[in-house]
Design a protein. Structure first.
Ligand SMILES: Cc1ncc(C[n+]2csc(CCOP(=O)(O)OP(=O)(O)O)c2C)c(N)n1
Ligand SMILES: [Mg+2]
Length: 262
C-alpha cells in the first residue's frame, strides 16, 4: 500500500490474507476492498478494471492478492482468462506452498517431499512451475519477489502498477506454522531460499527476462530443507533431486534471458 497509495481497489479470495485484511465495512485495508470467491478473483478484477475504464478513472490501480491455492489451482482458469483479455490489473500471489487457512493441505505449489495434512509422509509430486507457465502469456509485466527483500518488492510493485495491462508478481512467503520453523526465522528462511536457488528472483518486461539475484550456494538447499520440520521425513535422494531440479530451472532461466519471450 505504501507503493500503490490510496487510489487502489483491492480484492482477496478466501485465504489467510482475507482473514487478516477483512472486507467491506470490516477491513483493515483503508481502501475499497472486495472478498471474492476462491476460483475467480481475476474475473472480479477484470470487471472492476473495465468499469473504471468506462468511468474514465485511469489513475486507479486494481490489485488482487491471492494465495498459491487461489492462484496455482482454484483460480488458475480465471487468471488465464484475465491475462488473455488484457485487463489492466495487478495480480499478486503470496506463495506459502499450501492451503494454510484451512489447516495446511497440499497445493500444487507445495515442494516435493514436504509434509502437509494431506501428504503426511511427504508430497510425491514436484511443484507446478507457475512462473515458467506464465512466461508464455501476454503479461505486461511479470516478476518474482521475496518477503526478504522489501526494496526489490516495492520496486516491482511500482513497475507493475504503471503498466497498461495485466501484471503478475509472485512472492515467496514462508509460513512458520505450516513449514514448522520458529517465527523469528521467517526472513532467514526466505533469504536462504534465494541463496540456494530454491527461489529465483527475476522479472520479465518488454519480452526480456532479467535475473535480479543469482543463487550463490547450491549446497545450502539441505540447510534450507533442514530448517523446516515439514521436511522431517525427506530422504537424501529427494534432496539431491530437488537440488538438481533447481539447478536446471536456473540454467533454463539463464537461457531464456538470452532470447525474447512473449
Ligand atoms: C471453492 C472453494 N473451495 C474451498 C474453499 C475453502 N478454503 C478457504 S481458504 C482456503 C485455502 C486457500 O489457500 P491459499 O490460496 O493457498 O491461501 P492461504 O490460506 O494459504 O493463505 C480454502 C481451501 C473455498 N472457500 N472455496
Ligand atoms: Mg497458500
Amino acid at each position: 500500500m505504501e507503493v500503490l497509495g490510496p487510489k487502489t481497489i483491492t480484492m482477496t479470495p478466501p485465504s489467510c490474507s482475507a482473514i487478516l485484511t477483512g472486507s467491506g465495512d470490516e477491513t483493515g485495508w483503508g481502501i475499497p476492498s472486495v472478498q471474492t470467491v476462491l476460483m475467480s478473483l481475476p474475473a472480479f478484477a477484470s470487471g472492476v478494471s473495465e468499469a473504471l475504464k468506462i468511468q474514465g478513472k485511469n489513475d486507479v490501480t486494481v490489485m488482487g492478492l491471492a494465495g498459491d491455492g487461489g492462484t496455482f489451482d482454484i483460480g488458475l482458469q480465471a487468471l488465464s482468462g484475465a491475462i488473455e483479455r488484457g485487463h489492466k490489473a495487478l495480480f499478486i500471489c503470496y506463495n506459502n506452498e499450501a492451503y494454510m487457512n484451512t489447516g495446511n493441505q497440499r497445493s500444487s505449489a507445495t515442494t516435493l517431499g514436504a509434509a502437509t495434512k494431506t501428504t503426511p509422509t511427504g508430497k510425491k509430486e514436484v511443484a507446478k512451475d507457475i512462473d515458467f507457465m506464465l512466461l508464455h502469456t501476454p503479461l505486461a509485466y511479470q516478476a518474482t519477489a521475496s518477503v526478504a527483500n522489501m526494496k526489490d518488492l516495492k520496486r516491482k510493485i511500482a513497475k507493475a502498477a504503471a503498466k497498461d495491462g495485466p501484471s503478475f508478481i509472485h512472492i515467496m512467503t514462508p509460513c512458520p506454522s505450516g513449514w514448522k520453523f520458529p517465527t523469528e526465522q521467517a526472513i532467514q528462511v526466505a533469504k536462504l531460499a534465494v541463496k540456494c536457488g530454491m527461489w529465483l528472483q527475476f522479472e520479465r518486461e518488454d519480452g526480456k527476462i532479467t535475473i535480479n539475484q543469482k543463487p550463490t550456494d547450491w549446497g545450502a538447499v539441505s540447510t534450507y530443507i533442514g530448517m523446516q520440520k515439514r521436511f522431517n521425513r525427506i530422504n537424501p535422494e529427494t534432496i539431491a533431486s530437488i537440488t538438481e531440479a533447481a539447478k536446471k530451472r536456473y540454467e533454463t532461466l539463464m537461457k531464456l534471458g538470452e532470447i525474447e519471450c512473449l
